[in-house]
Design a protein. Structure first.
Length: 256
């Protein structure tokens, strides 16, 4: 990357609300001796490109823990943006508007790191930032991977109570009966890392925008949604700490 790109202001924004129904106080959950939120903060601080790391939270305890691990918490998120059905767009619009209006702060890119996916490599985050910097035409970057199951073999139940194919393929009458290899290649947005230009949020009023850059990842995607996911996540975090990385299961990833 050029010296010009190195000087760009790049913000890491980590949303971490206090409420969680699946696992109460999830963002403060201790995993391998650290609060869950600590992992995303440490990854942002270790990045070659991130120049500022902020946690957006409505919870004073999360705010204090975030500061202990080195993140900034310059504002508290309003309660109306910290509900079960609150949108990422509301959270990011509030954060970017507050920073602009209260501090006069603007940035080139916002790196979205979700605390619930703590198993990440900093080198992969940096690769995503570099790709986005190399594509000024892109509104956003989204990390994607090949899904275990193709949506061309998925169904919905129609109003008449019968199955209807979720997706169709032009010229193919029954895509759900075709080998996976014969179907169009699709990608799943996996939440590993997303990158947004502030104008996409503040001017377009969109979270993804119109020009979305794909960033294909092959690392295992491990998220904490329910307690039964904790052992696998802790095992992966321990491997990362030892400098190991859980290998991608290619057979499972390409399964029909």
């Amino acid at each position: 990357m050029s010296e010009t790109s190195q000087r760009k202001e790049i913000l890491a924004l980590i949303p971490a609300r206090g409420g969680s129904k699946s696992i109460p106080r999830k963002n403060l959950l201790l995993l391998v001796g650290k609060s869950l939120i600590a992992y995303s903060i440490e990854q942002a601080l270790a990045s070659r490109w991130v120049t500022r790391t902020i946690v957006s939270t409505d919870d004073e305890e999360i705010a204090e823990v975030a500061r202990q691990y080195g993140a900034e918490v310059p504002f508290m998120r309003p309660a109306e943006y910290a509900q079960d059905l609150s949108l990422d767009l509301e959270v990011f619009r509030h954060a970017l508007s507050w920073l602009r209006d209260q501090e006069g702060y603007t940035c080139e890119l916002v790196v979205h790191l979700r605390p619930t996916g703590p198993v990440r490599r900093v080198t992969v985050i940096d690769e995503a930032i570099e790709l986005m910097l190399a594509h000024p035409e892109a509104d956003t970057l989204r990390s994607v991977s090949i899904p275990v199951h193709t949506p061309y073999k998925m169904w919905r139940i129609g109003e008449n109570g019968y199955l209807e194919s979720l997706l169709q393929v032009p010229g193919v009458s029954e895509p759900y009966c075709m080998p996976r290899q014969s179907l169009p290649e699709v990608y799943w947005q996996n939440g590993y890392v997303d990158i947004i230009r502030p104008a996409t949020v503040l001017e377009q009023g969109l979270m993804a925008g119109k020009v979305i850059l794909p960033f294909i990842t092959t690392d295992p995607i491990l998220e904490i949604d329910y307690r039964d996911s904790l052992p696998k996540v802790e095992e992966a975090l321990l491997k990362l700490r030892r400098g190991e990385w859980p290998e991608v299961n290619e057979e499972k990833r390409h399964a029909a």
